[in-house]
Write a new protein. Structure first.
Ligand SMILES: Nc1ncnc2c1ncn2[C@@H]1O[C@H](COP(=O)(O)OP(=O)(O)OP(=O)(O)O)[C@@H](O)[C@H]1O
Ligand SMILES: [Mg+2]
Length: 303
């Protein structure tokens, strides 16, 4: 619902309040749903990315998706995709980020996007709702979509933070994947150690979610259901880019569940895919061969 163009600009030495010449500039299509769709396609799933796009510069998004073999179905709006700028100072390496929130949606656009998502949900096995929502889109938007997608037999996953996560859980999606920070926000307390994290994940399961997966960055991930808790320690890899690791984990787990995997197999897929994405630069997210080589190395520990 809220994709971005991520623009990386490098200047030799940044001068605040002065004239800065760009030594290099690069635009990439960003957005968590875009990441999930690309990662799932790389893992072999038939995938469609559905949501909003903007006429002026939205081709960048469709190009990235089409190159990865992802179908698209967008509600095309007037104007431009929001641009998030990463300004890199060549001398110090310091990065300054300037993010925009995007244009405000009208109620009619919000409703139209919901119908678009539901059309795809009706012909899909699974739906992943992920990322921030643009201004004008209420916090319970994902909850509404999940409620309706479940009713047409879709396995729903939610990866969002704050109020969107809390409201979404009320709709009882099949899977949620907060990272530790997002889980602490939800629980309203800091969580120290696997025991406390598992307890907070169990609260999500008690609320009616089947699988609560908590990703803990370089520590690994914990997956909890009503009768099982499995911890997958992180794989020993050389991480070059961890952006999108969580998105890739969601893609891996949902792709696995759609092929009939149990909790352990799904966590194995998610962990290997996430680690593979950490080893890849840029927007490709993961190489299939790297993922396959890592899969057998995932260790699962009962908690
Ligand atoms: N440095 C790392 N080495 C190995 N595996 C990693 C590393 N960082 C992340 N991972 C794997 O990726 C998973 C997801 O990462 P993380 O918890 O950072 O997700 P996230 O915060 O949701 O990220 P994002 O939202 O940017 O996709 C982790 O559970 C872990 O398995
Ligand atoms: Mg995340």
């Amino acid at each position: 619902m809220n994709p971005s163009v991520d623009r990386a600009i490098t200047v030799p030495k940044f001068t605040f309040g002065g004239m800065n010449r760009v030594s290099s500039s690069r635009d990439d299509a960003g957005g968590k749903a875009v990441n999930v769709a690309v990662a799932a396609a790389r893992l072999g799933a038939k995938t469609r990315c559905v949501g909003l796009n903007w006429k002026e510069n939205g081709r960048l998004l469709t190009e990235r998706l089409e190159q990865a073999g992802v179908e698209t179905d967008f509600l095309w709006l007037d104007g431009a995709v929001r641009v998030n700028i990463k300004l890199v100072d060549g001398e110090s390496g310091l990065v300054t980020e300037i993010n925009s929130s995007g244009a405000k949606l009208t109620e009619a656009q919000v409703r139209e996007a919901e119908e678009l998502i539901l059309r795809s949900a009706r012909e899909s096995e699974a739906l992943v709702c992920t990322g921030s929502l643009p201004p004008g889109c209420p916090d319970d938007y994902y909850a509404r979509v999940i409620g309706r997608a479940k009713a047409v037999g879709c396995l729903c996953a939610l990866d969002a933070e704050g109020k969107k996560l809390a409201a979404g859980i009320d709709a009882k999606p099949f899977l949620v994947k907060p990272n530790q920070f997002e889980l602490e926000g939800l629980a309203g307390r800091s969580l120290n150690g696997l025991g406390e994290i598992a307890a907070a994940a169990r609260e999500i399961v008690s609320a009616g979610v089947e699988v609560a997966v908590v990703s803990m960055g370089a520590e690994g991930a914990l997956a909890v259901t009503a009768d099982e808790a499995l911890f997958a320690p992180r794989l020993e890899i050389r991480a070059v880019n961890t952006v999108g690791a969580g998105d890739t984990m969601v893609a891996g787990m949902m792709t696995a569940f759609c092929s009939g995997a149990d909790l352990g197999e799904a966590l194995r897929t998610g962990t290997a895919a996430a680690a593979a994405s950490c080893m890849t630069e840029g927007t490709q997210l993961l190489e299939r061969e790297t993922y396959e080589a890592l899969r057998g190395k995932v260790e699962l520990i009962k908690k």
